[in-house]
Design a protein around this ligand. Structure first.
Ligand code: ARG
Length: 461
């Protein structure tokens, strides 16, 4: 068995069980590109600053590039017995270059190395997630534009409340997604600072140029405190939090789609390609995709709690507990990507059953507020109008009627302020059309917010 890197201090090989327990390559191997990218920047700086000979720096960079392309092509496989991706790449470099390879780790520790790798890796993942969320938001905006006149009931307490349109409902989610994009971008910007050169915790006695490595890696600045640079994982927590909120939004939307697919609602029909059947009940068509999204939201929230709990008692600086950050944040990322990727085509292929929405809106007295407002506009105080309308609704329920079909005589019996024009005033079309306060469901207002949302979406480059 080859000597461990720290063999000088130890008189025994590490126990095989401990080695396996300690090893993180099974999950941090996915950062190999970013590890090599960080090492190339470090080696460049070491050469430029005269900390290692220029020709060694050049050989190291060449060697690292070859390792990268060999891993990419599959010619070089990650060694599952390596402690982590950092050790693996360095050992491979030394295998290929001999003593020259051994110079790479000058003025660096795995503590700043892992911190830089993870920031680089997450930066790329954030860009990917944002692109996916943008696609989803754009698809929703497009759907909304087609449904500004599609009347549906709006709910509170899951009871029919007031009339809205399907476009209005969809746009509510678009605004949530726009804030999610904002949070993701924000998390990305805040994490984009460079811990490389912080060393194990206390910097180094070599005359390094941290600004140079930061620039080479596209960070906005080197981190100002070497202890902080290797100690915190707030950027993982923050990103996970943004993802938890994104999942929460997808989960609420999923829950609604699950309801809408039921025979009790039947507002939408999923495309057969995005639903599943039952092994026993031949009539079933189940919205599994949305249920899984709802389920996976719990999992991402769990990852967030894992990260917060892992960090809360750790003394500065690095502690091995922090190796646990990766499985949590990677799990969250993988699942968020999977969910957004599946959700978008499921939505765009879904059939919107307008008539069922309209029929549901026509029952449940969702125009009762408008009936009261009719009286208010004729001079009656709102509380009195509210009471009268409540009495009328009770009469309708007793007679099996709706406010639209209740005879004029019943209206007049309550107050002479009622006239034939009440029927027009409480028609669903009027109720929706007249709700043109800013942000309201009137087609006119929703069209305005569609334009606004489009403009905001375009700003996320
Ligand atoms: N695999 C380790 C991690 O993910 C790398 C840093 C190890 N540093 C150390 N001093 N043991 O956290």
């Amino acid at each position: 068995m080859a000597d461990m890197m720290w063999a000088g201090r130890f008189s025994k090989q590490v126990d095989a069980g401990v080695n396996a327990f300690n090893s993180s390559i099974a999950f941090d191997g996915r950062m190999y590109r970013h590890d090599i990218q960080g090492s190339i920047a470090h080696a460049t700086m070491l050469g430029e600053c005269g900390i290692i000979p220029q020709e060694d720096s050049a050989k190291i960079i060449e060697g690292l590039k070859e390792i990268l392309s060999d891993i990419d092509s599959g010619a070089l496989e990650l060694d599952p017995n390596a402690e982590d991706i950092h050790m693996f790449v360095e050992a491979e470099l030394t295998k290929r270059l001999g003593d020259v390879g051994k110079r790479l780790h000058t003025a660096r520790s795995r503590n700043d190395q892992v911190a830089v790798d993870l920031r680089l890796y997450l930066r790329d993942e954030i860009a990917e997630i944002m692109a996916m969320v943008k696609k989803l938001a754009a698809a929703l905006i497009e759907m909304a534009a087609q449904h500004t006149e599609t009347i549906m009931p709006g709910y509170t307490h899951l009871q029919r409340a007031q009339p809205i349109t399907f476009a209005h409902h969809l746009m509510a989610y678009v605004w949530m997604l726009l804030r999610d994009l904002d949070r993701l971008r924000d998390a990305g910007e805040r994490m984009n600072v460079c811990p490389l050169g912080c060393g194990a915790l206390a910097g180094t006695t070599y005359h390094t140029d941290r600004q140079r490595t930061s620039d080479l890696l596209g960070f906005s600045a080197p981190m100002p405190n070497s202890l902080d640079g290797v100690s915190d994982r707030d950027y993982c927590v923050e990103l996970c939090c943004a993802m938890s909120l994104l999942m929460t939004h997808l989960s609420r939307f999923s829950e609604e789609i699950i309801l809408w697919c039921s025979w009790e609602f039947k507002f939408v029909e999923l495309d057969d390609a995005f639903a599943t059947g039952s092994s026993i009940m031949p009539q079933k068509k189940n919205p599994d995709v949305t249920e899984l999204i709802r389920g996976k939201t719990g999992r991402v929230n769990g990852d967030l709690v894992t990260l917060l709990t892992m960090m809360k008692g750790l003394p500065l600086a690095y502690n091995k507990d922090m190796q646990e950050d990766k499985e949590a944040i990677f799990d969250a990322i993988d699942n968020v990507k999977l969910c957004v990727k599946t959700f978008t085509p499921m939505l765009t292929t879904m059939r919107v059953l307008k008539d069922n929405m309209r029929n549901a809106a026509a029952r449940g007295f969702i125009n009762a507020t408008d009936c009261a407002d009719y009286l208010v506009k004729k001079g009656m105080p709102f509380r009195d109008a509210y009471k009268i309308t409540g009495t009328l609704v009770a009469q309708c329920i007793e007679k099996g009627l709706t406010l639209e079909t209740l005879p004029m005589a019943d209206y007049k019996a309550m107050t002479e302020l009622f006239d034939e024009d009440v029927y027009q005033a409480i028609s669903l079309e009027t109720c929706v059309r007249e709700r043109k306060s800013e942000g309201g469901p009137s087609p006119e207002e929703v069209t305005k917010q569609i334009a606004l949302a489009k403009a905001q979406l375009e700003k996320f480059a």
